[in-house]
Design a protein around this ligand. Structure first.
Ligand SMILES: [Fe+2]
Length: 168
């Protein structure tokens, strides 16, 4: 941990803490995605997860870039929220034999992750602007846009999955 809430006094402190939170979250997501790639049965979903793994590596680099621009060392802080989301994703998908139901569960879990990231990047970009750091905000918005695009793609896949089931 190392950064307890009592240490957060200014918006700048909160910005750095939240940057550490998303840094930790992105690294956990990077670790979780290969498992999700293995489990996915739909080819488009598999490819989508593979693409997002590459994007996630880019997100980590951009967060490191923001740390550097802000003059603080890049480090993560435990984020029980993302740990819980990923743990639940693993548990729910672990027992499903039906391929379409499994894919539906994976899509739902991935969207939960995306929404978590979207709220973090949205907040961080807004705070960066308030702190007069439009340069940091611009980098954070790049991650935000990619998470939003991934979320939209997952919605398309989810709707396709439902249609497939309906056709049977
Ligand atoms: Fe990400």
């Amino acid at each position: 941990m190392g950064f307890f809430s009592k240490d957060i006094k200014t918006l700048d402190d909160l910005f750095v803490h939240t940057l550490q939170d998303i840094y930790y979250a992105e690294k956990q997501i990077e670790k979780a995605l290969p498992k999700m790639i293995d489990k996915a049965t739909n080819a488009d979903l598999k490819v989508g997860f593979q693409k997002h793994l590459q994007e996630t590596k880019g997100h980590i680099e951009r967060v490191e870039q923001v740390f550097e621009m802000h003059g603080v060392t890049a480090k993560g802080v435990n984020c029980p929220a993302i740990d819980g989301i990923l743990e639940e994703a693993d548990e729910v998908s672990g027992d499903i034999d039906d391929k379409q139901v499994l894919d539906a569960a994976l899509i739902a879990s991935a969207q939960t992750v995306e929404h978590y990231e979207i709220t973090r990047y949205g907040t961080l970009a807004a705070w960066a602007k308030q702190l007069g750091r439009d340069d940091c905000a611009a980098v954070l918005v790049k991650n935000l846009r990619e998470e939003e695009a991934t979320d939209k793609k997952l919605t398309t896949l989810a709707e396709g999955n439902i249609n497939l089931q309906a056709a049977e």
